[in-house]
Design a protein around this ligand. Structure first.
Ligand code: HPA
Length: 262
């Protein structure tokens, strides 16, 4: 399915029937990271299945709901669970929740993910603020837009505003996120390639969402939780290990998100 404004409008209408209030922030929590929203007061939960056209994640470590939370006098729409291209979905289907956020008027977005660390400076459990991305997914959610609004500027996709502030408070790293299609992890040769082209960490999500969020002119903050070192550096990789490490790092990520939102 290609980008379709009518579909987004219908998703928006079904969302507004359930929650008509204004929303200030959007947050997407990746594999094993759901608990990062524990600092926020929960107001309401909306399963993805209640929103027209929204697909449901099919993988372990992802829940299937929006939580509407309250923090610092702000309404925050938290996506617990996200959609991936490797689930057989189109780029538009993967990024529809973010397009929905855009149509709902959300202007600030936090994207989080679990990622494999490529550089010796990154350790398991580290949190890396994303400064830029490389789209290696061979896909784009803007395909289907008929007018020239699709030619978006990708300078400064990820906001740098808070990174220096965050660095003063937390032992946070910074780097470039490479998004691959998956679902298999990389080969050692692919990891050598990713290092050469300037990636710091690699994962299977985030870039479709960041592109559509940029289309909607959102301010985007990206955080990778380094759940493993990549192939060639770490001998055994498993989704279970990724989710377990993510769960351990979720509290620290929650503190960082809290500071970013306030
Ligand atoms: N590679 C790709 N995606 C990932 C990884 C990885 O090593 N870890 C978590 N998501």
């Amino acid at each position: 399915m290609l980008f379709d404004k009518n579909i987004i409008q219908e998703s928006k209408e079904s969302f507004l029937n359930l929650f008509p209030e204004e929303l200030d922030w959007g947050i997407v929590l990746g594999s094993g990271l759901s608990e990062a929203s524990g600092y926020f007061e929960k107001k309401e939960e909306i399963p993805f299945s209640k929103i027209k056209h929204l697909k449901e994640p099919s993988i372990e470590g992802h829940q299937n709901k929006f939580c509407i939370c309250r923090f610092d006098n702000k309404n925050i729409l938290v996506m617990q669970g996200r959609l991936h291209l490797y689930e057989g979905l189109s780029p538009f289907e993967v990024s529809l929740p973010i397009a929905l956020m855009g149509e709902l008027g959300i202007k600030k977005l936090i994207l989080t993910n679990a990622a494999g660390g490529l550089l010796p400076s990154l350790k398991i459990g580290d949190i890396m603020a994303i400064t830029d991305h490389i789209n290696l997914q061979g896909a784009n959610p803007l395909i289907g837009i008929s007018n020239s609004s699709k030619f978006i500027d990708m300078n400064d996709v990820y906001s740098k505003i808070y990174i220096n502030e965050l660095k003063k408070r937390f032992a946070i790293k910074t780097g470039v996120y490479a998004g691959i299609l998956g679902p298999n992890y990389e080969t050692p040769a692919e990891i050598r390639f990713l290092k050469k082209i300037g990636a710091s960490a690699v994962g299977m999500s985030t870039v479709m969402e960041a592109i559509i969020a940029k289309y909607y002119q959102m301010e985007i903050f990206g955080f990778s939780v380094i759940t493993n070192m990549t192939a060639g550096i770490q001998k055994k990789l498993s989704h279970k290990g990724v989710v377990e490490t993510g769960k351990k790092a979720a509290k620290k990520l929650g503190e960082i998100i809290k500071l970013a939102v306030s």
